[in-house]
Design a protein around this ligand. Sequence first.
Ligand code: PEP
Ligand code: MG
Length: 588
Amino acid sequence: MKILKGIAVSPGVAVSPAIVLDSEELVISRRIIAPAEVEAEVARLHAAVEKSVQELTDLREKVSQTVGEQLGAIFDVHQSILNSAPLREEILNLISHEHYGPEYAVSTVLRGYGKKFLAMKDEYLADRVQDVHDIERRVLRHLIGERRQQLVNLQSPHILVAHDLTPSQTASLDRSKILGFATDVGGRTSHTAIVARAMNIPAIVGLETMTAEISGGDQVLIDGDRGLAIINPDAETLEKYRLYVQEAKRTEVDLTSLRDLPAITRDGHEITLYGNIEFPNEVTACLEHGAAGIGLYRTEFLYLDRDEEPTEEDHYEAYASALELLQGRPMTIRTCDLGADKFTHVTGEALERNPFLGLRSIRYSLRHVDVFKTQLRAILRASVLGSVQILFPLVTNVRELRHAKMILNDVREDLAEEGVAFDKNIKVGVMIEVPSAAFMPRQFARECDFFSIGTNDLVQYTLAVDRLNERVADMFTPAHPAVIGLMANVVNAAKAEHIEVAVCGEMGGDPLYTLLLVGLGVDVISTAPTAIPEVKRMIRSTSMRQARRVAKKILTLESDREILAYLTEVSRTILSEAFGPEEEEEER
Ligand code: PEP
Ligand code: MG
């Protein structure tokens, strides 16, 4: 039994055999295979090499015909390297005798050859390193592609272990076959983590060496509450977790009894609790957990699970189906937030050095006006089917907001001319998730109908801490006084300009921050559905007076540690006063 500690991103416990997915990226993990797996892994290697050789033959023919015989001959070089007997033997040796996975074996041997070429004095030979790199990528693509295929055709439940998973890979996991996942890299507010919570799939990220420590088929237990991955757990551990899961189910039932009660403080102040979604069918889970509507629909996921750009009809159908499930309850549709860790086949082609600071989100939409207009048309058309608001993400300056509104107006005019119905009073909101906007919120408040604070990005950009990077995950905290100070500034500006202010980042789903958010004056909290009952319980346990006192005190504290310690203590006291000492015990 081996226990690894990572970052807990989606709660729950799951146990199953592991399926390990290597990445095509630069890091190929040093995965060890069980002796019984050697034969199958060697067969996988042979199949991948054969496919690569065939591909090279085809390419040679095509290039010779279209560009010329001389260039086609490049692929002969690749073939001869790949067919070289010593090279193949070295790879086989690493699999059969050292028991390394074929991905690692191929990568190690070919990189070794690359280094030898690089060390050669002859310039022509030194340049061959690129060819060797190309061959490595080709074979790996086949090996990994086949593993992905296996993932689609799984016959029995597994825990997925991967170096990394993109948000779209995560969204396409078959929930009935993948019971949980664990990755080497990642952070708590990555979109992969957000999707895992939305899918209710226990998950841990940032385990660093997980893919290297595990062999396919090993039994693995994922403890998504504490961030523990236990490889080959013993009987005692399994029994301990069986009891733990039983107990967790009991408290979950208690919390669902809150579903139909309002999120109202003891002195009668109501907070609106909404759910966040990535796909229309998640509306059901939000309603089941007591959401009064949808406060954040991350529409970019519509782009992530397909090869083609979604059409106006694709958009419209998605919005219409969510609105149908909502039966008149409100929904805030955020325009596409592509870029950074969410890229499509089209946007993913132009790699950026700092994608979180690049052509992301509203910047992308304003550069691709046709794509933007397609979405806006669909949102406006859907606006007559229920109660819809529009939200623009990552707005950095007022000019961007004006530009986006101008395009929206063009779309309104087009629809009016065509005689298409839409809600003429549709509200337009701005996400406050960049420090520049949080610093001067009044200018924005005068030109929009509501704010939604995106704490995930606001924390990332204010503290200069990558939300995806496990190495700095301990520095990623909304409790930093600078973040809270900016949030207070935003709420005050919203109040002064009489507009509504919501929080839709992950901070809103952590009951530890509920008192603070309520006390600051936040009107709406929108979060993952599973987090709603706990947040509601906290709201119902406090009074507005008490929450304001807490917020005021926090604004005087000077470090995240002090703030967290104070919030932990005061939240515990409030819950124990509301529910008695037994509850206090549970909170611990
Ligand atoms: C945020 O940044 O807090 C937010 C809600 O948006 P996303 O997580 O999709 O970037
Ligand atoms: Mg964001």
